[in-house]
Design a protein around this ligand. Structure first.
Ligand code: 6AU
Length: 260
């Protein structure tokens, strides 16, 4: 079966990646294919957001280096929220260097990402050494990555060949790569999850190059399995209400897609 026509339930058995299976199970159990982009700047805002939207998301995506008062307690509280609301943590680090360097960036420094993030984002740009470098730091933990194959921003250099070659890297490393961040289908293989950012209900751009489509267009036209939404929810007057609206729009579009 092709990725876009298969149900999330049916796709669980198509993958051996433990975190892809876990994620699909969460999506089925909570009926959500919404990932929140938690781009807020304090621990308090981060944890409040996690508690507010937690019931409605499958992934909580962080840019942990934005948090001005980061400490080990930030992570302790965040992991508590992940357990309470059953979502996965994805650090949107967009690793993009040689293997040896990303291994250190993944495991060392202030954030020690490998110790707490289930998933990380990785640019395909360096070639598959970036994957091998990350894997070298995993040390028996259950971890995975999502390959950024195509960007949502105006003028992005990720052309058709780049996308195609990203797909090849993923196919060669299915024990670690469990999906893509892209604006359209990178692979028909049902084991890979397609995550699409640049989603908002009303706004068309942010004047800094970001380009938006609606949740329905992301899922139906672009073939997204998971929509990634930041400011559409974080800047809303009522975060819970906004999260519910995005969740329902994206999940209904998914149901419509697999029914065809
Ligand atoms: O909904 P927004 O525009 O407020 O936030 C979009 C989020 C941000 C970006 O860092 C991220 O999605 N993103 C990514 C990711 C997830 O890797 C890739 C991309 O091409 N565009 C994009 O916006 O946290």
């Amino acid at each position: 079966t092709e990725r876009v026509s298969a149900t999330f339930e049916a796709r669980i058995s198509t993958t051996n990646h433990p975190l892809a299976r876990k994620l699909l199970e969460i999506m089925v159990a909570k009926k959500t294919n919404l990932c929140i982009a938690a781009d807020v700047s304090t621990t308090k805002e981060l944890i409040t957001l996690a508690d507010n939207v937690g019931p409605h998301v499958c992934i909580f995506k962080t840019h942990i280096d934005i948090i001005s008062d980061f400490s080990d307690d930030t992570l302790k509280q965040l992991q508590g929220m992940a357990t309470k609301h059953n979502f996965m943590l994805m650090e949107d680090r967009k690793f993009g260097d040689i293997g040896a360097t990303v291994a250190n960036q993944y495991s060392s420094g202030v954030y020690k990402i490998v110790e707490w993030a289930d998933l990380v984002t990785v640019h395909a740009l360096p070639g598959d050494g970036v994957i091998k470098g990350l894997v070298s730091a995993v040390n028996g933990r259950s971890r995975g990555c999502v390959l950024v194959a195509e960007m949502s921003s105006q003028g992005a250099l990720t052309n058709t060949d780049y996308v195609k070659n990203s797909s090849k890297i993923a196919e060669d490393h299915t024990y670690f790569v469990m999906g893509f961040v892209a604006q359209g289908s990178v692979s028909d293989d049902p084991r890979f999850l397609l995550m699409t950012p640049g989603v908002q209900m009303e706004v068309l751009n942010d004047n800094l190059g970001q380009q938006y489509v609606t949740p329905h267009a992301a899922v139906m036209d672009k073939g997204a399995d998971i929509i990634i939404v930041g400011r559409g929810i974080t800047k809303a007057e009522d975060q819970v209400d906004a999260a519910v609206q995005y969740k329902e729009a994206a999940y209904n579009a998914y149901l419509e897609r697999v029914k065809q």
